[in-house]
Design a protein around this ligand. Structure first.
Ligand code: NDP
Length: 480
């Protein structure tokens, strides 16, 4: 059986404990590979390799660093089919999605930061009259930690490690143990691209053991984490006494506000995607739909019809829109939320049942589920489900819609459907989220700041924000 080893100091190696975890294929429910179960000893090994590599890497010219990142991007692209198949098998997502989104984006992350670093500049401030000149030195931090989740495995892993190494840091990174395969395969690409050994070390294993060891390591000075809000809280608590720099991209419960004056057909098509893309397992999915009362009946009818046409099937079937959920535990968690919604008087308009896919009977398939709710203060409206479940509520006025949208502890993204420019501006200012999409969804320009407010996180990634996070600014003041 395939073994997913750590990639430390440029070589693949077993964990020091020699222990292995099972890796499941969610589309079949079967174990298909073994994952190195790393401990703090492996993290220390990875840290040592990173520390040794740092002096040379941090003084490598920007041009040479950039060239290596661009080479990694190119090799990901060359291996697109292989990586996409690995991602679909490991995660359960449709192969078509992995080919169109996950892997191209992983390549784009390296390409973007390979280019961005050549344009990254710092500020200068002349104190006129005082005869002093200030400039800001931005130096790499040293060894940094990157921890990523299972929903967009290589996409989010590379979103962190690419800016970290572009900025001259060396990295100890951990992908989710639920979906480690593509990060494992990346190791080969790093070697082929000529990334010096020790610059990027990939440690596999569980969050509480290997992940925790990265966060708790006193000399790993910055942590970039994407994952659940609860885990983020725990990480913040561990890191705070060591005053580590933290970037936390956490959960979401994103509102999708639909006004009667929108472009209805476009809204309908995109809302199906924003509800159920990647089985609803995207932190940016619009899991709470609020629709203006005057079009609510029509919308519910049309939306349910479109959702019922989605094809649930094996990730490898070309027609599949909805693949398998990532794990049995996650499937059960999502089902439990559907039960909670029912107990809260939520009305199931569509779905809610497991699906048996022919030839893949033990896979983790669930119907896309649409639930009508009447109150905002119930668990299904307040808690992140992170699966193919969307709720619908109606509103009468813009201010009511705004209040409903902001009435949760999360603040990652919001989508607004309207053709009223004044409303667009009003809501963009008042929505308590890090991202507002108007008449679109998941439209990402990598130069823009990305992240959440409230319990959805701290800090921003994307563009120069990521490069700022991964560097330490120092003010130099010269008197002349
Ligand atoms: P988790 O928080 O469970 O895990 C995220 C990562 O953290 C995994 O690699 C996990 O390892 C690791 N981890 C778990 N416990 C610890 C710990 N004590 N110390 C250090 N690392 C730890 O999230 P999920 O993987 O379940 O991902 C889903 C969540 O991620 C959702 O809440 C979603 O909203 C959020 N997310 C946020 C995004 C954003 O940009 N804001 C984007 C995508 C997802 P392991 O899995 O091996 O246990």
């Amino acid at each position: 059986m395939k073994k997913i080893q750590n990639y430390i100091n440029g070589t693949y190696q077993d964990s020091t404990s020699g222990a292995w975890l099972d890796n499941y294929n969610p589309s079949t429910g079967k174990v298909y590979s073994k994952i190195a179960k790393s401990t703090s000893e492996d993290v220390v090994k990875a840290y040592d390799a990173a520390k040794t590599a740092f002096p040379a890497w941090s003084t490598t010219t920007i041009e040479d660093r950039s060239k290596i990142l661009l080479k990694i991007a190119e090799l990901i692209e060359t291996n697109l089919d292989h990586l996409a198949e690995a991602e679909a098998k490991d995660n359960g997502k449709p192969l078509s999605l992995a080919k169109a989104v996950d892997i191209p984006r992983a390549s784009a992350n390296f390409r973007f930061f390979g280019n961005a670093i050549t344009q990254f500049a710092s500020e200068a401030h002349e104190s006129v009259g005082l005869n002093t000149m200030n400039f800001t030195l931005r130096s790499p931090i040293g060894v940094v930690g990157c921890i990523s989740p299972w929903n967009l495995p290589l996409y989010l892993f590379t979103w962190k490690v690419a800016p970290a190494i572009a900025a001259g840091n060396c990295v100890v990174a951990k992908p989710s143990e639920v979906t480690p395969m593509t990060a494992y395969l990346l190791g080969e690409i790093l070697t082929k691209a000529g990334l010096p050994k020790g610059v990027l070390n990939i440690v596999h294993g569980t969050g509480p053991e290997a992940g925790q060891a990265i966060v708790a390591h006193p000399d790993i000075k910055a942590i970039s984490f994407t994952g659940g809000t609860k885990t983020g809280e725990h990480i913040a608590r561990t890191a705070a006494p060591m005053f580590k720099k933290l970037s936390l991209e956490l959960g979401g419960k994103n509102p999708n506000l639909i006004f009667a004056d929108c472009d209805y057909d476009k809204m309908l098509a995109v809302t199906v995607k924003s509800s159920f893309a990647n089985q609803g397992q995207i932190c940016l999915c619009g899991s709470r739909i609020y629709v203006e009362e005057s079009i609510a009946e029509q919308f519910k009818k049309d939306f349910v019809k479109k959702v019922s046409e989605l094809h649930i099937g094996s990730p490898f079937e070309a027609a599949t829109n909805i693949g398998a959920l990532v794990s049995k535990e996650h499937l059960e968690k999502v089902e439990n939320y559907i039960e909670i919604a029912k107990s809260e008087d939520g009305k199931i308009l569509y779905g809610g049942e497991r699906v048996s896919v022919k030839g893949f009977e033990n896979g983790y398939y669930l119907q896309p589920t649409v639930i009508e709710v009447e109150h905002n203060n119930c668990r299904i409206q307040q808690e992140e489900v992170f699966g193919p479940v969307v709720t619908i509520m109606t509103f009468k006025t813009e201010s009511e819609a705004l209040q409903l949208a902001n009435g949760v502890r999360y603040g990652l993204s919001a989508t607004v459907w309207t053709n009223n420019l004044n409303r667009t501006m009003r809501l963009s200012k008042q929505l308590e989220t890090g991202i507002v999409w108007v008449n679109t969804w998941l439209n990402r320009d990598l130069r823009t700041p990305f992240g959440g407010m409230k319990d959805s996180g701290v800090g921003r990634e994307g563009g120069f924000e990521a490069l700022r996070f991964f560097t330490e600014p120092k003010n130099v003041c010269i008197s002349y």
